[in-house]
Ligand binder design. Structure first.
Ligand SMILES: C[S@@+](CC[C@H](N)C(=O)[O-])C[C@H]1O[C@@H](n2cnc3c(N)ncnc32)[C@H](O)[C@@H]1O
Length: 224
């Protein structure tokens, strides 16, 4: 029943996006596309954090956290509940509003920024922790290393190129948004890689439901 509802929602979402694009006669911007996806009562990836974040929480450096492409706030709110001073950035103002609602619901505070990460200044040596879940832009990964304080940590999970072979309805449909094998090891070569995994898992997070291929990483910026 739950699976059927998720598939129906995904189909309605795609139809809505196509209709909007056709009406305008122009391709949608990333902001329009994501606002369209989030413009509904339900939390499309659920309200619970990514399992990898939850499992590794005790290993992460406490303090000031930046949550990249935070969506409706499931990870940002979880970190705030566990004592982090959290700032979350996303291109979708609708997602940000939903994050604020979730934070109120859980009695915590998240600093929110509506911005396009492709040209958002992450600052220099500002954060103890940066998270990047289910959003992929290589240049942001490179800039994130600069934004970490010495000793700061970066935690990442995203679909790998193998996701395409599994033929799922969810997740990116083009390789541009997917991580290649060992690519992150090269990007993070100036850091200490504390955890790396290239694997197949069963996801059950709102619209992410089913078997998929993902890459996980935790990296730490050296202190000297
Ligand atoms: C698959 S969702 C993942 C959301 C969240 N990280 C999570 O795990 O629930 C990808 C997110 O990236 C955001 N996004 C896409 N392009 C962006 C950009 N250029 N700048 C900032 N956010 C962006 C979308 O609005 C969306 O919230």
């Amino acid at each position: 029943m739950k699976t059927t509802l998720v598939i129906i929602s995904a189909t309605l979402l795609l139809t809505w996006e196509l209709t909007l694009a056709q009406q305008k006669g122009e391709p949608m911007s990333d902001k329009e596309r994501w606002d369209g996806r989030y413009d509904r009562e339900m939390y499309i990836y659920g309200k619970e954090p990514v399992a990898f974040l939850k499992n590794k929480l005790n290993r992460l450096k406490q303090g000031k956290a930046l949550v990249l492409a935070m969506g409706e706030g499931r990870n940002a709110v979880y970190l705030a509940q566990h004592g982090f001073d959290v700032t979350g950035v996303d291109i979708s103002s609708i997602a940000i509003e939903k994050c604020k609602r979730l934070a109120d619901e859980r009695g915590v505070q998240v600093n929110t920024v509506v911005a396009d990460l492709t040209d958002y200044d992450l600052g220099y040596e500002q954060y103890d922790l940066i998270t990047n879940f289910y959003f992929y832009d290589k240049s942001i990964l490179e800039r994130s290393i600069g934004a970490l304080k010495p000793g700061g940590m970066f935690i990442f999970e995203q679909f790998s190129v193998d996701h395409l072979k599994l033929g799922q309805q969810f997740g990116p449909k083009t390789a541009k948004y997917l991580v290649k094998p060992n690519e992150l090891l090269e990007v993070f070569k100036s850091t200490r890689i504390l955890y790396y995994e290239d694997t197949v898992v069963e996801l059950d997070e709102g619209m992410h439901k089913g078997a998929t291929a993902i890459i996980r990483l935790i990296a730490q910026k050296p202190t000297e």
